[in-house]
Design a protein around this ligand. Structure first.
Ligand code: DLL
Length: 432
């Protein structure tokens, strides 16, 4: 079953022509009407007239998360404020978050992408779908919500947390599909077991749309065997819109809707384009968004392009499961955390000296982050109350900036490791 067969199964040559046409008009518009892109292209010494084929995309400059930070909040927007109907916000690399805006057409296009994706994994009007991604500034909840409604499913907007209640509703309402992070589904399985619920027998749950954090085929096997649920990978980033692309029922790579985005894979060190099959950093050009298109955005996720037709009949380009990142971003309980954000927060607390260590562990199915912080000698005290107060203050500052609960450990002056070369401040002991 297809949602939009003419696009999803468009012959490759035709799709390339369509992409070129969209790219050309995007570049013309941005060069003519947007100060940020105009300056960026001028700096790179490219003019829209230099783009005469799809391959010429490599002449265009890359964009990075720092472009979003430097132009925060709305300098990169390409639609007037009155046409922007929604904002979503994700983590920046330091103090400032990343803001993404959407026009009505952008929301429709995002919803269409998800309608294609959900249809490709067999979710439709016969389904009752529990959306257990966070609703709010994060794109997961509202994105999947709109997509599931579009295909005619009945949506249960459960959001995150209150796991026991979620399980009760899952049983009471005959939920057939769930969208959440893979680790949350495993956690739900653990909680169900404790409650005496057998997901296979006591629920109608059969399909899970899992993403927003790295996971592996081992984890897929675990979920499918233990919970009796077919598990599909869903991918996206807030800068592209949010979740947009999934595996189809073949479970052999993530289909990228080529009318909406151009995929490139580059060598993270040199920026050179890599061939299909070669693993490198994912770069995407977002073709049709009105409020915030993107040219050659370096997402920093590592993957490769699959250069063979999918047995499902879709001709859209596919990428392999994300294997890691080329930067140091951590994903903790589905939330993106940059070590630089931690540092930025700690540096504003006068009692601390700037030495810290981040420890990440997975206990059961859940991620836990502990930050050890070293105090300045003059701040160190043997008054327990003072130390507890300081610890509480640091935790609440980290929570305010990172949006996740962090365990803080105070370390005595000169006790944390010092590094001669590159500092190694993150110890991530999770296993996928
Ligand atoms: O995580 C959007 C999303 C929501 C995707 C729900 C899937 C489901 P951000 O918060 O901007 O957006 O984080 C994007 O998360 O660059 C990857 O590093 C990681 N990521 C997302 N999906 C996957 C996945 C959403 N399926 C960042 N596998 C991305 C591995 C993923 N990593």
């Amino acid at each position: 079953m297809y949602w939009n067969q003419s696009i999803e199964c468009m012959p490759a040559g035709e799709l390339k022509k369509l992409q070129y046409k969209s790219l050309k008009s995007l570049v013309n518009n941005l060069y003519s009407f947007n100060a940020f892109y105009h300056a960026k292209m001028k700096d790179a010494n490219v003019h829209p007239d230099d783009i005469t084929s799809l391959d010429d995309i490599t002449k265009l400059p890359f964009m990075n998360k720092s472009d979003l930070r430097d132009n925060y909040p709305t300098k990169m927007f390409t639609a007037p404020r009155k046409d922007v109907v929604r904002y979503h916000v994700s983590s920046g690399t330091t103090g400032k978050p990343t803001l993404v805006g959407y026009t009505k057409n952008d929301i429709d296009l995002w919803t269409e992408s998800l309608a294609r994706a959900l249809t490709s994994i067999g979710i439709g009007d016969g389904d009752i779908m529990q959306v257990s991604y966070g609703y709010g500034l994060f794109t997961g909840g509202l994105g999947l919500h709109y997509g599931a409604e579009k295909v005619g499913a009945t949506v249960l907007p459960a959001s995150t947390g209150s796991t026991e209640r979620q399980l009760e509703l899952m049983m009471d309402l005959d939920v057939t599909a769930i969208a959440c992070t893979p680790s949350y589904l495993v956690h739900m399985g653990d909680v169900a077991k404790k409650m005496g619920i057998d997901l296979r027998k006591d629920t109608k749950l059969r399909k899970a749309v899992l993403g927003a954090e790295p996971w592996s085929d081992n984890m897929r096997r675990h979920i499918e065997n233990e919970l009796g649920v077919q598990a599909y990978d869903i991918y996206g980033t807030s800068e592209l819109s949010g979740p947009m692309f999934t595996e189809c029922e073949e479970k052999n790579g993530i289909h990228i809707w080529g009318d909406t985005a151009i995929v490139e894979i580059i060598d993270p060190e040199t920026g050179e384009s890599l061939e299909p099959g070669q693993e490198g950093e994912l770069v995407m050009t977002v073709l049709k968004k009105e409020a915030m298109p993107m040219i050659r955005y370096r997402i920093k996720d590592l993957t490769s392009v699959i250069d063979e037709e999918c047995a499902c009949g879709r001709t859209s380009p596919r990428i392999r499961r994300i294997t890691g990142r080329s930067d140091d971003m951590l994903i903790i309980r589905g939330i993106n955390v940059f070590p630089s954000q931690v540092e930025h927060t700690l540096m504003q607390i006068p009692e601390l000296c700037g030495q810290y260590m981040i420890h990440v562990d997975r206990i059961g199915a859940l991620d836990y982050m502990t930050v050890q912080v070293e105090m300045r000698p003059e701040a160190f005290s043997d008054k327990v109350d003072d130390m507890l107060k300081l610890k509480k203050h640091i935790s609440s500052e980290l929570k305010r900036y990172l949006n996740i609960a962090v365990e803080v450990e105070l370390a005595a002056p000169n006790s944390l490791p010092r590094f001669e070369g590159k500092a190694k401040r993150v110890a991530d002991r999770r296993k996928m």
